[in-house]
Design a protein around this ligand. Structure first.
Ligand code: HEC
Ligand code: HEC
Length: 144
């Protein structure tokens, strides 16, 4: 009985200490079994100019909407505009040559499996404020 009481007290005290430290999740202090409150729907711009890259080797951000663009085993919507055979007529940037190399550096005739799911690396942007501050700066000698 005594041991039980002591452990309950330890849990209580450490719980209090946690709150006092001011640590809070991005969800706020809302209980997990309730709703987190109203979520603001973010707007992705329909079509825009190319977005400047922040560092060398950054996958360029997508400057257009991609709602409903499917990428599956049989079909890759992105390639209908970004492939080397289509980019001229669609005005899209042609897919990078690096995307045709397999992991051993061997050149392939089709997009490498490592690069097939475009949205693994390329993402559109929305009118969202950053959740946390970011003070990243690229290496000056190799940035434009
Ligand atoms: C209907 C044609 C079309 C489709 C489909 C399409 N894009 Fe695009 N994309 C474009 C065009 C056109 C541009 C260039 C916009 C400009 O120059 O302002 C572009 C630009 C981009 C860029 C910027 C390239 C750079 O150098 O900054 C990325 C990344 C991109 N698209 C990725 C994707 C991905 C990923 C998908 C699939 C989810 C996709 N696009 C589907 C037409 C398309
Ligand atoms: C594993 C991450 C990854 C995946 C998956 C991926 N990319 Fe990229 N992509 C990059 C990176 C990194 C760059 C910039 C460096 C380079 O060109 O390799 C890039 C560059 C590009 C560019 C710009 C080329 C240029 O000349 O400036 C386009 C367009 C592009 N990718 C389209 C696509 C499309 C379409 C797909 C899907 C079929 C795709 N990418 C899948 C990482 C990825």
């Amino acid at each position: 009985m005594k041991i039980k009481l002591i452990s309950v007290m330890i849990v209580l005290i450490s719980g209090l200490a946690g709150n006092a430290s001011g640590i809070e999740s991005l969800r706020g202090m809302k209980p997990l079994d309730g709703s987190s409150g109203k979520v603001e729907v973010k707007k992705v711009p329909k079509d825009g100019d190319l977005i400047q890259r922040n560092y060398v080797q950054q996958p360029p951000l997508i400057p257009h909407k991609i709602d409903g663009y499917q990428i599956n085993l049989d079909f890759n919507k992105c390639m209908t505009c970004h492939s080397w055979s289509r980019y001229k007529e669609t005005g899209a940037t042609k897919i990078s040559q690096t995307h045709f190399k397999d992991r051993n550096g061997v050149d392939l005739a089709t997009v490498s499996a490592r690069r097939y799911f475009c949205t693994q690396c390329h993402v559109p942007q929305a009118n969202a404020k950053p959740l946390v501050e970011n003070t990243f700066k690229p290496v000056e000698a190799i940035s434009r």
